[in-house]
Ligand binder design. Structure first.
Ligand SMILES: Cc1ncc(COP(=O)(O)O)c(C=O)c1O
Length: 398
């Protein structure tokens, strides 16, 4: 990497702009409540209406959102077993909470088109293990084959946990990505489609799951529930008024965010539509430039908006990737491996379960890399980066 130049095109750029910071400073000067409060509830309501879902719970990261989904599923009970199918190509914290909470995770091969779950492999796992749950990742914002997954859900019956952490703003099959799972998670980390500095959300249509998510997020108490549900719990357990605010119904965490983060989130989501369209245009432009020479993700819905967080692609082999990566570094374009590659090749997995190898996930591990996508880019930026990649690839082929 000695030929690396100063970074001209970083992979992540902040979406919190000067206007956000000025508005935040003005708001801070009014001495508002900074911890979780009214603005958090407002952000949750706006998020639900944006997705067309009934409930949303704001928390302090996408990883916490994933943890909350698994914990709520466990706490709800009545699971036929603890088995959960998880993608081999996803993020560490798509999978880690399953390991922490005593689920039995089963890794699934990656799909050749979307890089999400390979549906043939998924179906064979469903037949063999009858898992209670399936976690899927909407990989980098490229929508999964949702009609086929819903059909498998009808046939085999499982809870669908949709990790849409990197797919905020994408849509397909006429619906926002993140509206398909029994619970869906989102991340608002720095450099993602929108940011609350750190932040995450879980959305669901199920009232019972929502109540559990709210209690699990905050110590296990019922204070954040609607008044009727809180009162019903107090009655059911025969609790007096003095104790009522400090009674703990589930073994909870503290995964709350704050109203400061919610203030930023409320401003950010106003821009989500334009951000998603811009990311979608750049994604499509990259795909046109690079889709023949490289393996790129594809979505079967031609009307999908792919608000990709980065543009992910696969070189022909590891040697080809090395050539492209050093050309990108020399041109000041930041790059990295494709997400986490194959999670089954990471120590946290193989120390417990042994290495898990799958042809496509291994290819993504060995040959995948990211290109920057950001709403502030113009077409010329995508063209320039694509030329660097193609130039290096041609040289490597000679
Ligand atoms: C698919 C996926 N899940 C979960 C996360 C975790 O989100 P966070 O960084 O907000 O914890 C990420 C982060 O990028 C992600 O890409």
């Amino acid at each position: 990497m000695s030929d690396a130049r100063p970074i001209r095109y970083p992979l992540a750029l902040d979406t919190i702009d000067r206007a956000d910071l000025l508005a935040l400073s003005r708001w801070l000067m009014t001495s508002p409540r900074l911890t979780k409060g009214r603005l958090t509830v407002e952000l949750e309501a706006r998020w639900s209406s944006l997705l067309g879902r009934r409930y949303s719970v704001f928390c302090n990261s996408g990883s916490s959102a994933n943890l909350l989904m698994y914990a709520a599923l466990l706490e709800r009970g009545r699971l036929r077993n603890r088995r959960v199918v998880v993608p081999s190509v996803g993020w560490a914290t798509t999978l880690a909470p399953a390991m922490q909470l005593g689920f039995e995770p089963i890794l699934c091969e990656a799909d050749r088109e979307t890089f999400g779950l390979d549906l043939d492999h998924l179906e064979s796992l469903l037949k063999r293990h009858r898992p209670a749950a399936v976690a899927l990742v909407q990989v980098l914002g490229v929508p999964h084959r949702m009609p086929a997954i819903r059909a498998l859900q009808d046939r085999y019956g499982f809870f669908l946990l949709e990790d849409a952490c990197a797919a905020v703003g994408s849509s397909a099959y006429g619906r926002p990505v993140g509206s398909f799972g029994d619970m869906s998670s989102f991340s608002f980390y720095y450099g993602h489609q929108i940011s609350t500095i750190e932040g995450g959300m879980v959305s669901t249509d199920d009232k019972r799951l929502n109540d559990l998510l709210l209690m699990l997020r905050s110590h296990g108490w019922s204070k954040d529930l609607d008044r009727r549900t809180h009162a019903a719990l107090v009655r059911e357990h025969g609790i007096d008024d003095f104790h009522a605010p400090f009674v703990f119904y589930v073994p909870g965490y503290n995964l709350r965010s704050t109203d400061l983060n919610a203030f930023i989130g409320l401003r950010q989501i106003r821009r989500l539509g334009s951000i998603a369209r811009a990311r979608g245009r750049h994604h499509e432009r990259y795909r046109r430039h690079l889709g023949e020479r490289f393996t790129v993700q594809r979505c079967e819905d031609p009307k999908a908006v792919i608000a990709s967080i980065s543009f992910g692609l696969l070189a022909v082999d590891a040697e080809d990737r090395r050539a492209v990566v050093s050309a990108l570094a020399a041109a000041g374009v930041e790059t990295r491996i494709f997400s986490a590659g194959n999670l089954g090749l990471h120590p946290f997995w193989y120390k417990r379960f042994g290495r898990a190898r799958f042809p496509m996930a291994d290819r993504i591990h060995a040959c995948g890399f990211f290109l920057p996508n950001h709403p502030s880019f113009g077409p010329g930026d995508v063209d320039f980066i694509s030329r660097v990649v193609l130039g290096a690839a041609c040289a490597a082929a000679r």
